[in-house]
Design a binder for this molecule. Structure first.
Ligand code: PAF
Length: 294
């Protein structure tokens, strides 16, 4: 695996790779501290492309002033080893000055899609995500880019970016990878102490409870949310709920009555770890099914 650290180098490396025959290039953007969830993205990309580029960059513009940018876990050596084992062709891991030689003066206005869920709690976060993702798309010009379903709002907004700015890139959604007790894998899980870790699996049980109620015929979002919250209160007293919402998948707006494609989504703090998770459902009349990719 080749490692490059500047925009100029990545462009040159990809020009050479294309000249040498790479035809379908996949980008897997990451912030490092890789776990099995990231590796599943890398594996999914293998089926989609003949050349895989992983970017490893902790993007400062998507962190708020009180968030964990400096403390965000970083372990480049371990990440490199894991990616090498996966047979990744190129790792792009630039310093902040390469990506942002000056403070960005332009931004994105995201209408509607960032009004709820993480967008409402992390002002500016998705603008920062769009800045880095658009930069990576322009620098790397992949045919395919893979993003995880765990960051559902990010995925929906990036799909909108691709449509609105006419990027010729296929966005592939990768199903959330979970621990055996249901906790979604996240780089922030390493912040959890043993008791927080034990209780954190209630997040997924709350989602499952919501899913079961909807499958049994409940269509009032308010009732589903109330049941999910009471499960969390009973099983995860250490959780500080940030949000728990049910939104439609197209516009990410809260639903009163459940129908069509919708997402049960939540975020909660356990100590300093802010964990997010979601389940995407398709509700058609009486039929309810989970969508593991969108
Ligand atoms: O999902 C992430 O890890 C980040 O938001 C991303 C897409 C790498 C952009 O910094």
């Amino acid at each position: 695996m080749r490692v490059v650290r500047s925009s100029a180098e990545v462009r040159a490396a990809l020009k050479r790779a294309r000249a040498a025959g790479a035809r379908r290039l996949a980008l897997i953007p990451t912030a490092g501290a890789l776990h099995r969830g990231h590796l599943s993205l890398v594996q999914l990309a293998q089926a989609q492309a003949d050349y895989r580029v992983v970017s490893l960059f902790v993007n400062p513009t998507q962190f708020g002033p009180t968030e964990d940018f400096t403390a965000y876990p970083r372990d480049e050596e371990c990440d490199r080893r894991l990616l090498e084992e996966q047979g990744v062709e190129l790792l792009f891991t630039p310093p902040v000055e390469d990506i942002y030689p000056q403070k960005p003066r332009l931004g994105f206005e995201i209408s509607g899609l960032a009004d709820h869920l993480c967008g409402a709690r992390r002002p500016g976060h998705f603008n920062g995500v769009l800045l880095i993702v658009a930069k990576l798309f322009n620098l790397i010009q992949p045919e395919v880019a893979v993003f995880g379903m765990k960051d559902l709002q990010q995925l929906v907004i990036i799909k909108q970016l691709v449509r609105e700015l006419s990027f010729d890139i296929q966005i592939v959604a990768a199903p959330t990878v979970r621990e055996p007790d249901g906790l979604a894998l996240s780089s922030r899980n390493r912040y959890l102490n043993p008791e927080e870790r034990r209780q954190s699996s209630a997040l997924y049980r709350a989602l499952e409870r919501g899913q079961a109620l909807i499958a049994a015929g409940e269509r009032q979002a308010e009732r589903v949310i109330a049941e999910m919250k009471s499960l969390l209160e009973a099983e995860a007293p250490l959780a500080r709920l940030d949000y728990l919402e049910i939104v439609d998948l197209a516009k990410l707006q809260p639903l009163k009555q459940l129908s069509g494609r919708c997402a049960l989504a939540l975020a909660a703090y356990f100590g300093r770890a802010r964990l997010i998770d979601n389940l995407v459902l398709e509700v058609r009349g009486e039929a309810v099914r989970e969508l593991r990719a969108i």
